[in-house]
Design a protein around this ligand. Structure first.
Ligand SMILES: Cc1cn([C@H]2C[C@H](O)[C@@H](COP(=O)(O)OP(=O)(O)O[C@H]3O[C@H](C)C(=O)[C@H](O)[C@H]3O)O2)c(=O)[nH]c1=O
Length: 207
């Protein structure tokens, strides 16, 4: 009983300070970097990467309906840029377990002043962190090493009837992927530019 009483006495702001997760806002509204703190010992490490006590203070979803693992065997594999249309637009909480990737988010909210703006994050297993990507963003990444493993939490179910994407080298977006001929799935090779899907976005994502 004592431990529970202690837990209740700790005020959230003290609890946050005491916690190891440092939350960093980014230049894109709602996109957060969560700096994690692995507890390392001679056996290896223990790493907490989700904690609703902390993250609920940042209005992140408290219920995830799917958790998935993405494994890319080869360097220069590019997945994305993916999103799902409403009502299946997904917020994602992702963390890189092994490897090194450049991760990109693109604002696809037609009513946002940041529409079409993107940001690139270097994620390495040498500096454990997680990314929170709200539902109004497309997401993609390119691997910089072999054997990259990511873990995803999604707050809406995968629905292939509502998924779409933006071609990775959309000239108007001008994302600096630093890769010339990435390994792409056939689907990813055939996506249109953001400009070409604006009408569909307006039609399907209008609030
Ligand atoms: C995304 C997803 C895929 N699948 C099946 C569908 C295919 O048979 C197979 C590979 O799918 P896909 O090529 O879409 O996988 P990725 O290219 O890794 O897609 C992901 O990569 C980008 C970067 C993301 O942000 C999304 O989470 C997701 O779109 O897994 C499922 O069964 N459930 C799922 O949630």
């Amino acid at each position: 009983m004592k431990i529970w009483q202690k837990f209740q006495e700790i005020k959230l702001e003290n609890f946050l300070k005491a916690m190891d997760m440092k939350i960093e806002e980014t230049s894109l509204e709602g996109v957060l970097i969560i700096h994690l703190d692995p507890k390392i010992d001679k056996r290896g490490y223990f790493l907490r990467f989700w904690d609703e006590t902390i993250l609920s203070a940042y209005n992140l979803p408290q219920r995830w309906c799917e958790e998935s693992i993405s494994y890319s065997k080869y360097k220069n594999t590019l997945r994305g840029l993916h999103f799902q249309y409403q009502p299946f637009a997904q917020s994602k909480f992702i963390s890189l377990i092994k490897g090194y990737i450049s991760d990109v988010v693109v604002n696809i909210d037609l009513d946002s002043p940041n529409y079409g703006k993107w940001q690139l994050f270097e994620l390495s297993d040498k500096e454990p962190l997680a990314l929170f990507i709200p539902a109004n963003y497309a997401h993609g990444f390119v691997t910089r090493t072999e054997d990259c493993y990511l873990i995803y939490k999604m707050d809406k179910p995968y629905n292939p009837l509502f998924e779409d994407g933006i071609i990775w080298n959309d000239k108007d977006l001008g994302i600096n992927w630093k890769v010339s001929a990435p390994i792409l799935s056939q689907r990813d090779s055939g996506f249109k530019t953001l400009n070409e899907i604006t009408t569909k976005l307006r039609m399907l994502n209008d609030k």
